[in-house]
Write a protein that binds this ligand. Structure first.
Ligand SMILES: *[C@@H]1O[C@H](CO)[C@@H](O)[C@H](O)[C@H]1NC(C)=O
Ligand SMILES: [Fe+2]
Length: 443
């Protein structure tokens, strides 16, 4: 009778003393967090096939979508047939490119990237890749508000990843934003393929816009440069935003300008990325895109023990630019827990700074980052180590609703939510313009 109580108290004491935050429930019970799950085993499929595999889509400039897939047959054509009714393909495109790569003994097969369009906004298209195989369908994003983004980083491919994806699949959203760490292949190239298969039902029907994490790097000293598999497979629309690299770029959709930064490529004030960021921020027209979002992998505001301080140098180099430009929201991954900040700048509260959200809790095999620094810093509003995903609904030019959904025993439970007002609609923005010009226009 007494034993469970003592055990529970001991567990609570341990949790508190080691910096683990116990999730308290409305009923007051202690929440026993689920443990990490094993990497999913996906059956090996015969190769030497021209059958399209691992289909995923991404935005590729205004009203255009890139369709990416892999075949193991070099003669398979890079063509996409599409139309707005099932089985009726009124258009066809072979605009694009193919690539492939070798990684030690591994041969990627033929990676096709075909751009289709112009497409109507907010419309369902049916499509087929390479003139054969299954029919897929996608929905294009809306041309104006409201627009909804699903957000989950550090996905991996475990049972919890499958749960997160299932929950995302049940919500209505237009685009998936992924702040880095996709497959957790970590040099095992076939794991990129199994990840591609795992996400295909979701990534073939809504654009997945991704940036790279440390698990995408896979470099081998003096032998392999980094990001070979990532760049070949997850090609993003960097040219359209004037970026020289697939590792950082921006895009616009329905009144939102989204900047995808690279935490694992040079970001100091003399780097290509820094110069590109300055130029990109200078081009943003807040009358056209009142919302300004940034994604990156290693968080700048993080009160977890995990990866503490890893984003500091990038933050020192780039946060002044983001602040001057009036970035509304920064979404990060890397730390396998959820955390949301107040508006912050320069490591403290600032009502004209960005809200920072760490959402690296997609469900990868490394498990959760359970230990938070105590006491909670004043800028941290909500933090919890659980798997889950986020939803950002931008309602209009002044209001956005953010919610975080925890994978609670395989159910999606809304656990944190907040209304965010755009900086454009605040007094900050009018005040900031001269400062912005000074910072952005100085060589
Ligand atoms: C924007 O959306 C919010 C929340 O739904 C609403 O209260 C507000 O009136 C809307 N503003 C405009 C200009 O429509
Ligand atoms: Fe990471």
């Amino acid at each position: 009778m007494e034993l469970p109580v003592v055990a529970l108290m001991a567990a609570a004491f341990l949790a508190i003393s080691s910096g683990i935050e116990a999730a308290s429930r409305p009923g007051g019970e202690l929440y026993i967090r689920p443990s990490p799950r094993k990497t999913l085993w996906l059956p090996w499929r015969p190769r030497h096939s021209s059958y399209p595999q691992q289909v995923h889509i991404s935005l590729a400039g205004e009203n255009h979508i890139r369709i990416s897939w892999i075949t193991h047959d070099d003669s398979s054509p890079s063509v996409v047939d599409y139309g707005t009714a099932p089985g009726e393909y009124t258009s066809s495109s072979s605009i694009g490119e193919t690539t492939s790569y070798f990684y030690l003994l591994y041969d990627s097969g033929k990676i096709h990237h075909v751009v289709i369009g112009p497409l109507e906004p907010d419309t369902v298209y049916y499509y087929r890749c390479g003139g054969q195989g299954r029919e897929f369908h996608l929905k294009t994003p809306p041309a104006k508000f409201p627009i909804t983004f699903a957000v989950a980083g550090d996905l991996g491919q475990t049972g919890w990843t499958a749960t997160t994806l299932d929950h995302i699949g049940q919500c209505e959203y237009d685009i998936h934003l992924l702040p880095g760490d996709l497959a957790y292949a970590d040099y095992m190239q076939h794991l990129w393929d199994s990840f591609g298969e795992l996400v295909e039902p979701y990534a073939s029907s809504r654009p997945w816009m991704v940036t790279e994490g440390n698990h995408e790097k896979e470099s081998i000293l003096l032998f392999k440069a980094g990001f070979q598999a990532y760049n070949a497979r997850w090609r993003m629309p960097y040219e359209q935003s004037g970026s020289p690299s697939n590792l950082f770029y921006s895009f616009e959709v329905a009144g939102v300008h989204i900047i995808m930064l690279g935490s694992y490529t040079d970001y100091d004030v003399y780097s290509d990325q820094h110069a590109w960021l300055k130029a990109d921020l200078a081009k943003v027209d807040r009358a056209k895109t009142p919302w300004l979002l940034v994604l990156l992998h290693a968080p700048w505001y993080n009160s977890n023990y995990a990866h503490q301080g890893e984003g500091d140098r990038m933050m020192a180099a780039m946060e002044p630019l983001l602040y001057a430009a009036g970035v509304d929201l920064v979404l990060a991954g890397h730390v396998h827990a959820y955390e949301r900040s107040e508006r912050v700048y320069n490591a403290g509260l600032n009502s004209c700074g960005a809200v920072h959200i760490t959402i690296g809790d997609g469900g990868n095999r490394e498990g959760l980052a359970q230990r938070f620094h105590q006491p909670k810093p004043e800028w941290s509003v909500f933090r919890e180590a659980s798997f889950g995903h986020g939803e950002l609904k931008i309602v209009n030019e002044t209001h956005a609703h953010w919610s975080w959904h925890r994978n609670d025993d395989d159910e999606a439970v809304k656990s944190d939510e907040v209304w965010i007002n755009s900086l454009v609609s605040s007094a900050c923005f009018a005040k900031r313009m001269p400062e912005l010009r000074n910072i952005l226009m100085t060589p």
